[in-house]
Design a protein around this ligand. Structure first.
Ligand code: G16
Length: 583
């Protein structure tokens, strides 16, 4: 290949565009470590202003690349994110720092846009070394809100703790980073751009954000069946869906898949232009923050509603009149109906998994189908090894995450296509599918209370004191009463997990209190906030089939929640009487 400084040839089509060629050298810049660059549940998430400090982002990018030595030299990395404020600046830094660290090729989504599931898909499809995802997920965006950076490994999934710990250790001692300050690369057109850096070829390929992901979805689902459902056929009326992208990254994916490919009317998708500040929305698809969708569904015009978070890995699904599908139930229903999806029909089903706080409805399906069931700590990274080992087909989390081994991230759009496949095959509306499920398996009532943005110190103290209290052996057998309900404490611990594949051990993953009738509550501190502390309280109880399965979850779980609040003394520690979000 010949290199001509400054030559640019772009075609207008996404498929065939061409070169920027120039020669340049890298240099080292001195820096000092910043405190607190420890990745949380899923990457480093901080306020934009924190990332904007001089060298803060550069340090973290360098720490990622140093942590994956020696494989960074000659590597291919995928880069993209949800397009939130500060993304393009960070993509530019990644290009310059990656080039200086010997990365051979970057594959970048057009204008830096790639959903988190699409990054996972592209890493796997092109056998990349890994990927850097720019998102703070469901946290709000804009100059006064959050940004985030996460590293995914070659299996397409979030880096395991061994890698994130190493990134953190490096960040604590970093004294320089390498950069090619003069490298100029456009991400506004698809195509290949070649550079010569320190005598070696460095390539940036900008790709269409949607096409690879669309192809994968077409390989998994029967689009004809879903199209017939949505458009109506054989005297069946159209199945009216409403999709809310909450101004996050899923907009272009929703337009291509649900409108262009599956024939939904264009006004059945809203907020589908990704905006740097999500248009002021809080892109967290739950009943509180996706209230626009809830309100739109209430009048009964739509048969199904769905919302996604900023980076497109979370989903909330509602049936007619805003009938809420709890994510734990969603997982169980999909597990019981996977034969409606060609991918599983062809490839078979191995095991199921859920995070520990997630309601255990799926456990009953696993038992009925004779499949393995894994209970892992919170965080999608804990599913990866099981999938890679061929022991896990479908998994989910109460935090609006559902997905399968088609990639190594949870996948919002996949979840909606999975539900539409089930509805098309079963021929029933959402609420009937749920109630039939409860009638045959019984119902695991589930709720989560979030106390967001509390002061850290009292929350940490509450967790320490609660652990001491509930793990004191004298508490076993103690009775707790609320109204007519009496719960007898059976066991309590701070959840620990040994990965069955690589035997890595994880501690302190949430305080769980189990009662003799199978009810339980769990407290954990969120690992995705950018400042302060968020306490999550999860409560679950089980009602067998033919009993009280149609009650409002908040009514059914009130006694258990009150007992959890009393034992933990949460209101005293946090000075909060009510949660910010109830799911
Ligand atoms: C991330 C992880 C999820 C996890 C969630 C928990 O989600 O990917 O696997 O369930 O965090 O959040 P928290 O620690 O706040 O309870 P996301 O969508 O933020 O990337």
């Amino acid at each position: 290949m010949k290199y001509f400084t400054g030559m640019i040839i772009f075609s207008t089509s996404c498929a065939t565009s061409f070169f920027v060629l120039s020669m340049m050298n890298s240099m080292k810049k001195l820096t000092k470590p910043f405190e607190g660059q420890k990745p949380g549940t899923s990457g480093l998430r901080k306020a934009v202003k924190v990332f904007q400090q001089q060298n803060y982002t550069e340090n973290f990018i360098q720490a990622i690349l140093s942590a994956i030595q020696p494989s960074v030299v000659g590597s291919t990395l995928v880069v993209g994110g949800d397009g939130r404020f500060y993304s393009t600046e960070v993509v530019d830094l990644i290009i310059k720092i990656a080039a200086a660290n010997g990365v051979k090729k970057l594959i970048i989504g057009l204008k830096g846009i790639l959903s988190t599931p699409a990054v996972s898909c592209i890493i796997r499809k092109y056998k990349a070394t890994g990927g850097i995802v720019l998102t703070a997920s469901h946290n709000p965006g804009g100059p006064n809100n959050d940004f985030g950076i996460k590293y995914n490994t070659s299996n397409g999934g979030p880096a395991p703790e061994s890698v994130t710990n190493s990134i953190y250790e490096i960040s604590k001692n970093i004294d320089s980073y390498s950069i090619v300050p003069d490298l100029k690369c456009s991400i506004d057109y698809c195509g290949h751009q070649y550079f010569k850096v320190d005598g070696k070829e460095f390539e940036v390929e900008v790709i269409d954000s949607v096409l690879d992901y669309l192809q994968l979805m077409k390989n998994i689902f029967d689009f004809d069946i879903i199209r017939k459902l949505i458009k109506g056929s054989d005297n069946k009326p159209p199945f009216n869906i409403l999709i809310d992208s909450m101004n996050g990254v899923t907009g272009p994916y929703v337009k291509k898949i649900f409108i262009d490919e599956l024939g939904a009317p264009s006004n059945n998708a809203v907020n589908i232009v990704p905006l740097p500040d999500f248009g002021g929305l809080h892109p967290d698809p739950n009943l509180t923050y996706a209230d626009g969708l809830v309100t739109a569904l209430k009048n009964g015009e739509y048969d199904l509603g769905a919302a996604f978070d900023g980076d497109g890995d979370r989903n909330m699904i509602l049936g007619k009149k805003a009938f809420f599908i709890n994510p734990s139930d969603s997982l169980a229903v999909l597990a019981n109906n996977l034969d409606c999806i060609p991918y599983f029909k062809k490839g078979g089903i191995t095991g199921f998994a859920r995070s520990m706080p997630t309601g255990s409805a799926v456990d009953r399906v696993a038992a009925k189908l004779g499949k393995e069931l894994f209970e892992v700590p919170t965080g999608w990274k804990f599913f990866g090894n099981l999938m890679d080992a061929g022991r896990l087909s479908l998994c989910g989390e109460e935090s609006f995450g559902t997905g399968s081994d088609h990639i190594r991230e949870k996948d919002g759009i996949w979840a909606v296509l999975a539900w539409l496949s089930v509805i098309a095959n079963v021929g029933e509306p959402v609420d009937s599918i749920l109630t039939s499920h409860w009638k045959s398996f019984g119902r695991n009532y589930f709720t989560r209370y979030d106390y967001e943005n509390c002061e850290s110190e009292p929350c940490n103290q509450m967790m320490i004191d609660l652990e001491k209290k509930v793990t004191n052996p004298t508490i076993v057998g103690q009775k707790f009463t609320y109204g007519q309900k009496v719960y007898v404490l059976k066991h309590a611990d701070n959840f620990e997990y040994c990965d069955p594949i690589d035997k890595s051990f994880t501690k302190k993953q949430g305080i769980r209190v189990l009662f003799e009738d199978g009810s339980r509550f769990v407290f954990r501190l969120s690992g995705t906030g950018s400042s302060g502390a968020t306490i999550r309280l999860y409560a679950e109880s089980y009602e067998p089939p033919n009993s009280n399965i149609l009650e409002d979850a908040q009514v059914a779980l009130k006694p258990l929640v009150q007992i959890a609040l009393e034992i933990s003394k949460l209101p005293q520690y946090t000075k909060r009487d009510v949660p910010t979000v109830i799911t």
